[in-house]
Write a protein that binds this ligand. Sequence first.
Ligand SMILES: [Zn+2]
Ligand SMILES: [Zn+2]
Length: 615
Amino acid sequence: MNKLLHIFTFSPVQGFISNSRRLSDLYHSSLLLSTLTEKLMKVIKDLNTEIIYPVLVENGQDLANYPNRIVFLADKCICKDLIKNFQELWEVVYETILRRVLDEVGISKEEKEKIEEQAKMHLENYFRAYCECTNSEEVKKWKEKLKQNLGEDYDDYAVAYDWTERKLGALKSQKPYEPLIDAYTYNGGKHPDGCTLCGERAHLAVDWKKLIENLQKEDRLKYIKHYLKEGEKLCGVCLVKRFAFYCLKRQTFPSVHDIANAKFKEELKDFEQRRPDLANRLKSLLKKRTGEEKPRLWEYNAELFDIKELERTKMEEGDPEGVIDDLISELRQIYDDKSLSKPSKNYFAIIISDGDSIGDWLGLKSERRKDKLEKTFHETFSKALSNYAREIKSLESEEKFGLRIVYAGGDDVLAVADLREFLDFAGKLNPIFKEKVGENASVSAGIVIGHQKDNLAYLLNEARKAEKKAKSVEGKSAFCITIIPRGGGPVSFWAKWEFLNLFKDTVEYFEKEIIGDRTVYDIKDIAGKLEASKEKPMEIVLALLRGMLKRRVDKNKLEEHLRKEKRVFIEEYLQELRKLLDISDLENLANLFYTARFVAKERREKKHETVGANT
Ligand SMILES: [Zn+2]
Ligand SMILES: [Zn+2]
């Protein structure tokens, strides 16, 4: 192998995307990172190199499809040039965005220059890029060492990859600390506080109240006038994130409200066809309210159809022209005569997933990989990951409101879904990964179900925790679902993927009222009672569960929905529960019922919900 193997990466990535208030922040920041990688790959490609990972897809823009890592072969060391290239690309990106924003918010030239200077200080060293390569001499030396110590003769490619990875690891661990000296002031000497989005840097030293007012005044800016909410004060990095679409192809991403109320949005589509008269009246009011004209009714945020939400906005912002009032009375009429049902859902799901033991797949000695680590293997592996990401991305469609992929790059997936779609989507991850990468391959996923009013950064953090829990299951290939009820602590259920159907079934039983809501408390009782005793003979546990199910299973509903005899149903169900108890404990079993019932309850239409029904 004459060419030098290079690995390039940059950070922070998780920190950059996690500090998000809205889904569009999350989406645009992911897209921005992906675009940086894509642009750099194009630079690399023109330098007479061979890119091994990731696969560059032509016209792959707006896919948020590239990871923050590039592996390639080059004739000579281009590490230094590449780091410089990356910083230049980033500079072009943030300067473009900054200039556009600052030109449009109506502030003085002097002020503009000052803010630009401060923002640049936040931005220029935000990302750290790393690149390492290995020359033939290093390969020779390391190859000898490996042979001496491990007794094996590895392929040059494997040796170079291993050695470059090690050098990169060492480089990344010695992060120099560079303090920011933020001495900017505004409004006659006022020092800015922390940025309201990330809290990591000072917000830009400008009168934000005035700036937001200006933004809302400008007529030509109507489509961005809601981009800054009252009270927001951003640092340079967060400002660039928020307005990232200025350098990307402008696309809208649904809000959490839209996702949670995907079913409502589907109904809206139908309503527009059924009642064009009412739909047109609504559209003209919505246009007045938002300043944006959208061809189709469902393109407006679901929040704008929520009477409670509108009343709250009216309280906060006032309603001098009476537009909100008109909208409320129009909607009230529509909901009252049942032309359309209200958007009433509050919970949505975040799904985070990645491949299990990816490092191991590319390690010198691998349990998972059957072939030797050679260049061709790595190329095939890259293609498989790229195909996986593409297939995952293809699961969403504009017409299906209940699923949006925020990011699908390499083996990493981040998606949001409503409570009808999330389980089907999660259930596809592992099979598709196996199909593309190999039978030995698997993914694990963390799923969080949170309220649309919860802080998004908090929910993302909980989803990562759930993913970690799934990864800690023996042999991985697992999932963990964490429910965060409004005003309550998180409750998690975890298991191997084989148990996803048990979860789905249990949700269905609750949804169809085959098992009563009180089952949740009964199982908690059983778990509590048995917790005290050290020994928990399986037969005793099963006997208790059997007794409980006999009381809680509704014979009629069972007959109606599943056409099954009660006794048979209970025994079959117990067998599945027993398998779960073989790999986990009673607490996890109790959590299965808690989480499944929560999903079922939120899926039900509110009008069907009666407290204490079927007990
Ligand atoms: Zn180099
Ligand atoms: Zn910030």
